[in-house]
Design a binder for this molecule. Structure first.
Ligand SMILES: C[S@@+](CC[C@H](N)C(=O)[O-])C[C@H]1O[C@@H](n2cnc3c(N)ncnc32)[C@H](O)[C@@H]1O
Length: 854
């Protein structure tokens, strides 16, 4: 049960205090009740019986003046005339003029009023004050009995439209009971006298009752046409709904936010003009045109009116540009030019804001709207900036809201006046900022304490369960084969008929091949210029550089072409082209039709003339859907690059080698070490290409544990040797690629990559275009691919079988020293075979035997 609050101040003293200061008590709010009753005063805190509540303020006028005004006033304003007897005379408090005092808005209730009107004489002048007639709870309306008269809402029962809380409780009070005189000291006296209120106007009944909860706000969103109304007081107030933020003009209750909702009654032109006149000086009255309320417009509608305003001077019409409007803001009374296009964008932005108190403030302040316009004209092109603009507007809106409620500064223009500097600084709400920062700190430091242990476990567990998206070697090989096939047919098609479609087809495949082989990003390779390709380094391997390379490396240098393109952040990035890729690109270049000068800066992969280049990603996806790979994501070039990076760890790369791989792949590296090594282009051709080839063919197990240098130091292997030169196909076939890194690696399989393997790999890569590619300048690829095959003689076979028959039967591999021993023992018979030849023979025979037995 609520405890009764002890009154700490005498109600009369309390009233006197408010009479002196001219202010209203806290705990009382204006709310819009309905169209008939209009506004009312509601409590937000409890009051006890007898408490002083509010003063009915207005202009104290004599009876004579009252009569004159009553003749002039429209019916609606007559309801604000409060007549009473004081000191033997009839007086009147005229509260018709709109002002911020709340007493003038208290409604009538003759059945169960919550307050009673009393007269207090302060320094010889009468003051009308309302005191609580009973205990009032928060949220109740303050009402008093207007007196026994034929009030229209009483006889028509209109006060029942919005039923009063405790309707029908008591009998109507007599007119004489309505006002009491309060006897205090000599300065302040109480009187009880009869009073009269003139009959007020009743708004026309509505088809549906409105339940907006209004409060007073400065309606800066109502603009005035300069031509027909002219500047008026900046203190023009209106009503704003607390819940839906719609705004109404104070006198007409016209809904100005949404034109479709004209359910609030419009006052007649006359009544509006009357009220306007009552609020304006004589000079201002003259300016009010016969158009009546047409001088007031919703900002977004004003431009329409201004265009055809009959009051507009001729020269202004000429100045006006289409799509632009001249408006006069109420608050600023200054002309501003709005671009209609920007305005509509800004309105859309404002409407998309969370609809709350702050949004209402933003929408109703001219300066904030102008600020919004400037932000919109600056960032409006970019929709990603909309949220930023909204946040900025909300910041200013919050500031203005604080200024309004705490410091009675109603618009931004007032706020920027030097006199208000102190208030604005205070309104920044330092406390809130401080506490927000503190919360942020606490949140980061104490999160683990506040959030339950199991919740954190779930969060971290989700990371563990995330599937790895690296592609398997097998996937890469499938893709590689698919691309080879596609490239072959694309080359044939383009050679047959040079149509843009065929060109595009080959460009797509070649691009995809280059991306996959080089593990480059699509963005980088697809933007390769013709110029990059034409200006590639064609120079022969320099003798001095060649000395630092093994024979294999030298061959690879001749085998691959290296093109430099522009990568991310403008860095130079190398792309290696196998002969097949090179042939495809050469064909593409030869089929282009642009002039040689202007085509140098165009994208190589763009169709000639059409210039819409293709991205390898499409091709990768196409493949993924065709070959049934489970996760197309695996085939993304970034993943392919990760794939190389991961697999290169299977090798035993030295620091500088890792740098080289990283450099090629475009990772962060310590490039300064490059000083002490071979030139970068040569390293990339000779060493990295081998790694890429090994990846391509899934031969990783054969290079496991090796450094880049170790892979190619195979001096004992001659280039003329070929395992697949044997007459017996099964024995001499190149070893099949060992797919996948997950395959168990035997001690024998950890042998170094062979020349033959490289040959095989190289041949596979180039196989698709070797026949069909047109001749091109540069490398002697034919020479590089030429291998002299020497069939194994019967005595040679017999010599090896004597030593390794058992190995072959079991499918085991021979070690180097065992092969060496075999050569030594057999002497001349195996003179023409190297240790590696013998090893390969044993391995191939073993594989063949295995296949046969299966
Ligand atoms: C002093 S004003 C009160 C404030 C008024 N509600 C407003 O919004 O401006 C008096 C006028 O309020 C309206 N009014 C007061 N009490 C009412 C009631 N119980 N039912 C209907 N209208 C009432 C009448 O139009 C009256 O002329």
């Amino acid at each position: 049960m609520q405890r009764r609050r002890r009154r700490c101040i005498n109600p009369k003293d309390d009233a006197r205090c408010y009479i002196d200061t001219g202010g209203d008590k806290a705990g009382l709010d204006v709310q819009y009740i309905n169209a008939i009753k209009g506004r009312g005063i509601f409590t937000s805190i409890p009051f006890q019986t007898g408490d002083f509540l509010i003063e009915y303020r207005g202009e104290l006028i004599s009876q004579q003046e009252c009569e004159t005004r009553l003749k002039r006033y429209p019916a609606r304003l007559k309801g604000f005339m409060f007549e009473f007897h004081f000191d033997g005379k009839l007086w009147c408090v005229d509260a018709a003029k709109e002002h911020e005092s709340l007493g003038r808005l208290v409604n009538d209730n003759h059945r169960n009023p919550t307050a009673k009107m009393k007269k207090l004489s302060v320094q010889g002048k009468p003051h009308l004050c309302l005191f609580a007639d009973r205990d009032i709870s928060p949220g109740e309306e303050i009402t008093y009995n207007y007196g026994d008269s034929d009030w229209p809402w009483r006889c028509k029962g209109l006060d029942e439209v919005m039923p009063l809380e405790t309707c029908g409780a008591t009998q109507a009070q007599s007119q004489n009971e309505n006002i009491e005189e309060m006897v205090t000291n000599s300065d302040c006296t109480e009187t009880t006298e009869s009073f009269t209120k003139t009959t007020g106007q009743v708004f026309s009944p509505l088809s549906r009752a409105e339940k907006h909860c209004l409060r007073i706000a400065s309606v800066s969103s109502l603009d005035r046409c300069v031509s027909c109304v002219g500047p008026v007081s900046s203190k023009w107030l209106g009503y704003e709904c607390r819940e839906c933020s719609q705004v109404w003009h104070k006198s007409c209750f016209r809904n100005i936010q949404d034109d479709n909702l004209h359910y609030l009654p419009k006052p007649s032109e006359n009544s509006f003009r009357d009220e306007l006149q009552s609020n304006q000086s004589e000079s201002e009255k003259d300016q009010i045109s016969d158009e009546g309320m047409s001088g007031l417009y919703i900002r977004k509608d004003l431009w329409r009116h201004v265009r055809r305003c009959p009051c507009k001077p001729k020269n202004e019409e000429e100045e006006e540009k289409p799509g632009r409007t001249k408006v006069l803001g109420l608050a600023s009374a200054q002309e501003s030019v709005f671009c209609q296009q920007i305005s509509s964008g800004v309105w859309k932005l404002l409407n998309a804001m969370r609809q709350d108190e702050v949004a209402a403030v933003v929408r109703n302040d001219l300066s904030i709207i102008q600020f919004a316009q400037s932000l919109y004209s600056k960032h409006g092109q970019d929709p990603t900036k909309y949220e930023y603009i909204r946040q900025k507007l909300r910041e200013v809106g919050r500031l203005l809201l604080c200024l309004r409620t705490e410091f009675s500064v109603y618009n931004l223009e007032e706020a920027v006046k030097p006199a208000n500097c102190q208030r604005v600084v205070q309104a920044r709400d330092d406390e809130l900022i401080k506490s927000t920062k503190m919360f942020e700190k606490l949140y980061t430091s104490k999160l683990s304490e506040f959030v339950s242990h199991s919740a954190l476990n779930t969060l971290s567990g989700a990371k563990y369960n995330k599937p790895s998206t690296l592609p398997f070697t097998e996937d890469v090989q499938i893709l590689h084969r698919h691309l080879d096939k596609s490239a072959e047919s694309a080359i044939c098609n383009l050679k047959e008929e040079a149509t843009p479609q065929n060109y595009a087809e080959l460009a797509k495949v070649a691009l995809a091949q280059i991306i996959v082989f080089n593990r480059r990003s699509t963005g980088e390779v697809s933007k390769m210029h013709l110029k990059h390709f034409n200006e590639r380094d064609n120079a022969e391997l320099h003798q001095d550089v060649a000395k630092g390379l093994s024979k294999t490396e030298q061959r690879l240098c001749n085998y691959f072409s290296r093109v430099e393109i522009t990568g991310k952040r403008g860095r130079k990035v190398a792309v290696l082209l196998s002969p097949s890729m090179f042939d495809a690109l050469s064909l593409l270049v030869s089929k282009r039709t642009e002039c040689g000068v202007c085509s140098t800066n165009v994208f190589l992969f763009a169709r000639p003339k059409c210039m819409s280049y293709y991205r390898g990603q499409d091709c990768l996806r196409l493949h993924a859907s065709k070959c049934g790979a489970k996760h197309p994501e695996h085939l993304r070039s970034t993943h392919l690059r990760k794939h190389v990076a991961t697999l290169s760890q299977v090798l035993n790369l030295k620091n500088n080698e890792l740098d080289q791989v990283a450099d090629f792949l475009g990772h962060d590296i310590r490039v300064h070490q490059d000083f002490y090594r071979l030139p970068v282009p040569t390293t990339q051709l000779a060493k990295i290409s081998k790694l890429l080839l090994s990846m391509e063919k899934g031969q990783l197990s054969s290079i496991q544990g090796k450094s880049l240098d170790e892979i190619d130091i195979e001096d004992e292997i001659s280039f003329s040797d070929a395992v697949n030169s044997d007459s017996d196909d099964d024995e001499t076939a190149a070893p099949p690629p060992e797919c996948g890194t997950s395959q168990p690696v035997t001690s024998a399989s950890t042998s170094v990559i062979t020349e033959q393997a490289i040959d095989h790999l190289a041949e596979t890569v180039s196989s698709t275009v070797s026949e069909t590619a047109p001749p091109y300048e540069g490398k002697d690829h034919e020479k590089a691919r030429k291998t002299i095959k020497k069939p194994w003689a019967k005595d040679e076979v017999a010599a090896v079988m004597r030593h390794f028959k058992l190995y072959i039967a079991k499918g085991n591999l021979a070690t180097k020293s065992e092969c060496h021993h075999c050569k030594l023992v057999e002497g001349k018979v195996l003179d023409e075979r190297t240790v590696q030849n013998v090893r390969d023979f044993v391995r191939n025979r073993g594989i063949a035997r295995k296949r046969q037995s299966q």
